[in-house]
Design a protein around this ligand. Sequence first.
Ligand code: SF4
Ligand code: SF4
Length: 501
Amino acid sequence: MTASRVNIAPGGLPASADGAVIVPLHQDHPNASGLATSAQKYAWHSLSREEPPKRDAKERQADFREIYQLFDLETVKAQAARCIQCAMPFCRLGCPLSSRIPEWLALVAEGRFLEAAEISQETSSMPEICARVCPQERLCEGACLLLERAEPVPIGAIEKFINEFAFEHGGATAARVMPNGKSVAVVGSGPAGISCADALAKLGYAVTVFEAKPRAGGLLVNGIPSFKLQKEVVDRRLDLLMRRGIIFRHHTTIGQDLPLAKLLEEYDAVFLGRGAQHARKLDVPGGNLKGSCLALDFLIAQNLGPASNYPSVPIEGRQVVVLGGGDTAMDCLRTAIRGGARKATCVYRRNETHLPASHREYRNALEEGAEFLFMATPLELVGNPQGEVTQIRLARTEFGEPDAQGLRQPHAVPGSDFFIPAEVVLVAFGLDPTPFPDSPEWLDIQVNELGGVAVDENQMTSVPKVFAGGAQVNGANLVVYAVRDGYRAAAGIHRYLSGKA
Ligand code: SF4
Ligand code: SF4
């Protein structure tokens, strides 16, 4: 983010470009317990936004450790003090969890980190994780009112700081509550399942989480590489959940190791949070050549190692081409670079402006040496006599006329074919909701137009007692939306089982 120029009106108040004085909306607002002092209210126009320290790109290429470090104490306080405590805090509207951002920022500005973390934890079962993986530019920070005049408050980095501080200083706890005598089975231990389980455990439900893989965490550990979210951070959160009394059963696939009917018999309600692990395939000649791999399979094999039972694709010294332009594509590029790829190139059919990946991840991939080929689409994978991919035939693309929705779809330009070398091709075209197991007991659960599970306003499916949420319902989306859905489902389950609003 570049620094914006701030104009000063006569009298020293910040002003808009045309010289009009900008009066902070919050001036008389009793928000955040009145913690923001007058000096703090204007801190933003004398202090630019700072980013948290980031490790050097060369150093990052050599390991999988997280790339961002924490603010120091003074910087975090000063950056939090840039918040003008808006009477209408748009940042909260931008946050899918409606985090009480101005309140905890005001406390941070005063150095009251544990109290700030407590408030941040009230609306999220994993604030330290969302703070790491949310694309804040599209969410809380993208909605920050300061964006119109200067640069937004670095909300994500501050939220990470306070929650790390809480873990360090005993402020991240997991008290058990009095059991209410009811039990819930949660299928899937990704962000939706974890949030639903956590919210229900806080209400006294006995919760068991069933996970098909050898370790819990779902997408948080399988799909997101450690340089964005270290596995220890997820394990630390899971440990808290276990201390709250939640039981995890690994290596248990519902519909295979245990029928859904068994859960319905033994538990008062079932939550389905099986995610979106159905990858869209590359449908071109040669798509099945050796060396071509689905992005999610590649990431799971890299993230979990041999325990994953996913075949690993050799990367070292090879030319890797990633097809697609989302965050998963960026994760593949950066994982390939760390795995020693000779070259890692992203091929995307639109231009840089339309890249769906977050700007932050795109920038980080560029810094680490990834290359980008925009306005190109694959036509064919070409192989050698051993059946190994060696090249991709691509076509240039151009935007067509606007469609009914006003969108200009890219299409291949006839006769524009060209080849690029590729020894590994990673297909990152997106993920659809995980399909149901092939068994009649799932047939009564209706699906929606996205191919996910259809739910009502309580997140209940067409089968009584069975609820669903997250990517299982809406397809692959941000972690923070899955957290929100997990909470919604927990509220729906509680209403259903307790008869209470
Ligand atoms: Fe921002 Fe995500 Fe935290 Fe909400 S949960 S405040 S969107 S970082
Ligand atoms: Fe603070 Fe920005 Fe939120 Fe306003 S919108 S309360 S300045 S973080």
